[in-house]
Design a protein around this ligand. Structure first.
Ligand SMILES: [Zn+2]
Length: 249
């Protein structure tokens, strides 16, 4: 069994430990947010790069199609010239009729191809403009992103320094806490990342504001074992002044 002064000491250390762990938990949360910010910036840049790549591929494909149609148009025009020559030397009405029909068909095909080529060129102009615009935007955005990421990384490094200092402080405190209560504390901490140790004020748990019985308060005073709140399962302790009273009696 612990002496009252040992109990007071334990409670004091657990409260300090809880304070340090609270700071560590907040540092961890901050680091998660900072890393998340870096990730969203990188994702945004990647998305923009991918869009440029997609449009560039579309331009290649569209250019290829346009060339194919140009060749086809040239071939069709040559064919039409031949038919025209045949038409000019036609000897019978039947031949005349056949060549005229053929010329009409080829002319229709030529119009279709001309329309298609025009559509390709319009689309190409639009896509090229789009890529230029996106590239310009990306250049500015990339510079900004590099600056922001460097700043976020510096902040993370700063938090890491703080974490290391706190970790040393924590080690110094845990060295003074007996194994039994320390294990119990660790179990509560695993569940309650924020404020694993709470005070009892006006017979009320300050973690969840449920009533704490006088019997439980006596148990805390006796210090045989750590007392957990029946409702929020945090470690209950008494305010310093009240602990002082207990150790003097
Ligand atoms: Zn509680």
């Amino acid at each position: 069994m612990m002496s009252p002064s040992e109990t007071t000491e334990l409670m004091k250390n657990l409260k300090r430990l809880s304070g340090v762990d609270e700071q560590l938990a907040r540092l961890h949360d901050t680091k998660v947010v900072l890393k998340g910010n870096i990730h969203s910036i990188e994702t945004e840049i990647d998305t923009q790069k991918r869009q440029i790549e997609e449009t560039t591929n579309r331009i290649k494909e569209e250019t290829h199609q346009e060339h194919k149609d140009e060749i086809l148009l040239k071939e069709t025009e040559e064919e039409k010239s031949k038919v025209q020559a045949q038409l000019n030397t036609a000897k019978t009405n039947e031949e005349l009729r056949i060549f005229k029909k053929k010329r009409g068909e080829l002319q229709g095909r030529i119009s279709e191809l001309e329309d298609a080529i025009l559509a390709h060129l319009t689309e190409l102009d639009k896509s090229r403009e789009d890529v230029e615009e996106r590239k310009k935007l990306l250049t500015g955005r990339e510079e900004e992103a590099t600056r922001n990421i460097a700043q976020l990384r510096a902040e993370i490094a700063q938090r890491e320094q703080e974490r290391m200092a706190l970790s040393q402080k924590r080690d110094a405190i845990t060295a003074q806490v007996p194994a039994g209560p320390l294990n119990k504390y660790q179990r509560v901490l695993a569940r309650e990342k924020h404020h694993p140790v709470v005070e009892v004020r006006n017979n009320t748990c300050q973690g969840c504001f449920m009533k704490v019985t006088l019997q439980e308060i006596n148990l805390i005073w006796r210090g045989e074992d750590l007392v957990l709140c029946r409702n929020c399962h945090r470690i209950l302790c008494l305010p310093e002044d009240e602990m002082g009273e207990s150790s003097s009696t």
